[in-house]
Structures are given as structure tokens and as C-alpha cells.
Ligand binder design. Structure first.
Ligand SMILES: [Zn+2]
Length: 164
């Protein structure tokens, strides 16, 4: 069976950024499983795996555009320091480099990275951490199987006793 639409693919991978740093990994002990071409993964990630079968290794590079896009200046914004005041918030929250869980105007969760701190504002970068970077994937296909109708319906993989 080869990797194609609506197959459950289980694989190991290592992801390196443009600088060659290892930024994400899925090991043999804790592999990554997803439904191919279901929108769970980057479309160009899926495309590069199409046609492979269990035991095949892969090694490919996605451009930033195929990955998480270019860095958007508009996604770096000044936030009033006052919103970080609160009895439940830790003292060491506001440190350059910290990544904090935030919300957009619609209440959707997104992470913001502190890039600068001024007197009354905090500059936060809401770009994806891998925006502007190519993505170098290497790894191995462990298993390819048909997704069950329930998995396709739910949009996720059922494994290891996951039940509803
Ligand atoms: Zn489910």
C-alpha cells in the first residue's frame, strides 16, 4: 500500500530549519501518525510523501513559501504592558525570548514571542516560529493503512485504544 489520499501514515522524521538546527522530531518509539491529504499537515509535506510505502526513507526540503510562509512585519505588534498585570501571572513573564499563549481578536489561541520590552509596551512576534525558514525533512515511513470511516469523519487518527 502506498501513501495516498485518506491513508493513515505513520512515520519517523527529523525537521531542520534553514540554519540546520533540529527543531522537531518523531522517533520510532513515538512516531507521528496522520491522515494523508486531510489538511492535518502541510500540503507540500503530503505531496512529497505520495507514493512511498512502509520502509521507504524520505529526504526533502520545503521552501518557506511551501512551509509556514514568510515573516510578516504586521504580525509583530506592540501590546500594552498592562494586560500582563494580574495576581495570577508569574513575575518572570516579561523576558525577551519568552513565548506566551495569547488570543487573537476572535479568541483563537496563538503563541506570541516577546522580541522587545519598552516602558509601557511589549513587542510580540506572532509569526510562526518557522516562518521565513526552509524546512528540511528526513525520516522513514513505518506504516501505511486505510483510514477507517470514523477516522476520516473525525479528522484524526485513532490509535492505541483511543475510543469515543
Ligand atoms: Zn476520533
Amino acid at each position: 500500500m502506498t501513501v495516498s489520499r485518506d491513508k493513515v501514515v505513520t512515520l519517523t522524521y527529523e525537521l531542520r530549519n534553514a540554519g540546520g538546527d533540529l527543531v522537531d522530531t518523531a522517533t520510532h518509539e513515538q512516531p507521528f501518525a496522520f491522515i494523508h491529504e486531510s489538511g492535518m499537515t502541510l500540503p507540500d509535506f503530503d505531496r512529497n510523501l505520495s507514493g512511498l510505502k512502509a520502509g521507504d526513507e524520505f529526504n526533502f526540503v520545503l521552501s518557506a513559501q511551501e512551509g509556514y510562509g514568510e515573516v510578516e512585519e504586521e504580525a509583530i505588534v506592540a501590546i500594552p504592558k498592562s494586560i500582563f498585570d494580574g495576581p495570577d501571572l508569574p513575575d518572570n513573564l516579561l523576558i525577551v525570548g519568552n513565548v506566551l499563549p495569547m488570543q487573537d481578536q476572535n479568541g483563537n489561541p496563538l503563541n506570541g514571542k516577546i522580541v522587545a520590552i519598552a516602558e509601557d509596551t511589549v513587542m510580540m512576534d506572532f509569526n510562526h516560529p518557522l516562518a521565513g525558514s526552509s524546512l528540511h525533512f528526513t525520516g522513514k515511513i513505518l506504516e501505511v493503512r486505510e483510514a477507517t470511516p470514523q477516522e476520516i469523519d473525525h479528522g484524526h487518527v485513532h490509535a492505541g485504544g483511543h475510543d469515543h
